[in-house]
Ligand binder design. Structure first.
Ligand SMILES: C[S@@+](CC[C@H](N)C(=O)[O-])C[C@H]1O[C@@H](n2cnc3c(N)ncnc32)[C@H](O)[C@@H]1O
Length: 233
């Protein structure tokens, strides 16, 4: 797990989706931005689903090695693809998930319209990623200033994601919340990885400790693809 770490623990985040989403044997799942495919392997082993483990930065042969070690080659298919050029047929999947990744490409207003086309009507889309308790107008809160990186601007609150998706009329958002204790789990996993690397208390851990869940956490959004777009109000 530590070797494949790329952020908050992907298996804990996958569990947070599975708490509220149905995964059943044989279901086709797209794990978009799967990184080291740890969430894909977990879902295949735990629920017997078939997963297309799709990522840009991590090479599919590297993921195939991990998948083979986990003995789920027949269930997890590593795919190299950019999020805007997915090599799948429309409505191929029963479920779409994205863990720690959707904010890299999905804040574009038009992205959900493309992405949601890959799930069957009535199918579910679930994402979890770093996020905020609420939106801030301009600068980050002063206590986060020393740690702030420009790309954190893609971290958003549950309310922001709800509006971002619902305004398309393509999905019905069933859940948009912060994972209970998400920041503590993020920090706990961060500490474990820092310890394993021999460099404890790196910058991200310091940031999470100084914030103590006031602003930062893990945002979860689950939606169902509408059978047809909602009519305008
Ligand atoms: C922080 S990592 C998270 C990986 C993994 N889901 C996890 O939780 O460990 C973000 C992932 O998003 C993927 N990603 C970012 N932008 C992407 C894009 N435009 N198309 C496809 N994948 C993308 C990267 O390849 C990377 O593996």
């Amino acid at each position: 797990m530590v070797d494949g770490a790329m952020g908050p623990n992907p298996v804990w985040q996958a569990e947070a989706l599975a708490d509220l989403m149905r995964f059943e044997p044989g279901m086709r799942v797209l794990d978009m931005g799967c990184g080291a495919a740890l969430s894909s392997i977990f879902l295949a082993k735990e629920f017997g689903v078939e997963v297309w483990a799709t990522d840009l930065w991590v090479k599919p042969d590297e993921n195939l090695r991990r998948v083979a070690e986990a003995r789920v080659e027949s269930q997890v298919h590593p795919v190299h693809a950019e999020a805007h050029a997915l090599p799948f047929a429309e409505e191929f999947f029963d479920v779409l998930i994205s863990i720690g990744a959707y904010h890299y490409f999905g804040t574009d207003d038009l992205y959900l319209g493309y992405f949601s086309g890959f799930v069957k009507a009535g199918g579910r889309i679930g994402i979890v990623q770093p996020g905020l308790a609420e939106e801030y107008e301009t600068l980050p809160p002063p206590h986060l200033g020393p740690y702030w990186k420009w790309d954190f601007c893609a971290w958003h609150s549950p309310a922001w994601w709800r509006r971002h998706w619902e305004k398309t009329g393509l999905v019905t958002v069933e859940v948009a919340d912060r994972l209970p204790d998400g920041w503590r789990e993020w920090l706990q996993w961060n500490d474990a990885c820092d310890l394993a690397s021999g460099t404890p208390d790196r910058e991200e851990a310091q940031m999470l400790r100084s914030d103590a869940g006031r602003t930062l956490g893990l945002t979860r959004v689950i939606a169902r693809r509408n059978t047809r777009p909602l009519p305008a109000a």
